[in-house]
Design a binder for this molecule. Structure first.
Ligand code: ASP
Length: 318
């Protein structure tokens, strides 16, 4: 069985299927009728990802298990593996995990017998973020073909940059990076352009926060960052008419983006957050179906008129 761990494991069809399922969830209330427990194991801070997983779980009728790293047995020296194994043993049906180690998934993936969903892996991967970004772009343009997407910021330390570049390329978009010299990642093979070029060619400008918590030393690139590498009011004026701004959050206003642009007309930053709930509902449901934890008869529309309609009759049957 396949966990939901990285973009590498997914085909473009898998991604489009999930986006279509997310769209179904936006249009109809869906509920899993079987008791299903989700454990949200977040070892790194999170506002949007953790909360939207919990809302996704609750909207589906699942039960979300509490886990707080500060009051957990991790404080007594328990490992990530033993924590995950414990939740499996006590009856969790799915694990959502975020951890600072790039490769935490390798430690778990062959030893845990319930689906694991990656909620963030160090500097390496954040596949549900990419899916919700893809969802937002697809809603806007209805295609990925010939869409220029510029990912701007701390490319080297950002898991969002890596998962997004891979997913959006697989979906057919043209992906570019722009960043301060210190933040380039030489292992990634995407064209680097300047921020001034980015605002001219981008249909989507995706801004990223400087990942200070992952820096080992002070970077001089962070000095005058906004003027040199950020989206200033002046640069925004040079963007294409239809171009949109994305940001996974948290936003550092006045650094990577001028504060007044966070909610400007072309910003889809809060739309991304709303989309995150539906995309995560789709990921959780797909995992539960693929692992045989639920079947199509455990999924009902909540609308009384069509109560009992099974998932197989719906657009996202797979
Ligand atoms: N929230 C995103 C992440 O978890 C982006 C960030 O923290 O800058 O990677």
């Amino acid at each position: 069985m396949k966990h939901f761990l990285s973009v590498q494991d997914m085909t473009a069809k898998d991604m489009i299927d999930l986006l279509e399922m997310a769209q179904s969830f936006r249009e109809e209330e869906i509920r899993i009728t079987k008791q299903v427990f989700a454990a949200n194991l977040f070892f790194e801070p999170s506002t949007r990802t953790k909360s939207s997983f919990i809302i996704a779980e609750k909207k589906l009728g699942m039960e979300s298990l509490e886990f707080n790293v500060e009051s957990s047995s991790m404080k007594k020296g328990e490992s990530l593996y033993d924590t995950a194994k414990t939740f499996e043993a006590i009856g969790a049906n799915v694990l959502v995990v975020r951890h600072e180690a790039d490769d935490w998934a390798n430690e778990l993936k062959d030893k845990i017998a319930i689906p694991i969903v990656n909620g963030g892996a160090g500097t390496k991967a954040h596949p549900t973020q990419s899916l919700l970004d893809a969802d937002t772009i697809y809603q806007e343009f209805g295609t990925f073909e010939n869409i220029n997407i510029v990912i701007a910021g701390d490319i080297k330390h950002s898991r969002v940059a890596k998962s997004n570049a891979e997913m959006l390329t697989k979906l057919g978009a043209n992906v570019y990076f722009t960043c301060a010299p210190d933040f380039q990642d030489k292992n990634l093979d995407y064209p680097y352009i300047t921020m001034d070029e980015a605002v001219e060619i981008g249909d989507v400008l995706m801004l990223l926060r400087i990942q200070h918590e992952r820096h080992n030393e002070f970077s001089s690139s962070t000095v005058n960052y906004h003027e040199n590498f950020g989206l200033t009011i002046e640069r925004e004026k040079r963007m294409k008419n239809h171009a949109i701004i994305l940001h996974p959050g948290p936003v550092n206003r006045g650094v990577e983006i001028d504060s007044d642009l966070v909610e400007c007309e072309r910003s889809r930053i809060f739309k991304q957050m709303s989309n995150g709930v539906f995309v995560r509902m789709a990921v959780l449901t797909t995992q539960l179906l693929n692992w045989g934890i639920i079947d199509e008869y455990h999924i009902e529309k909540r609308n009384n008129n069509c109560r009992g309609q099974s998932v197989s009759n719906m657009r996202f049957a797979n």
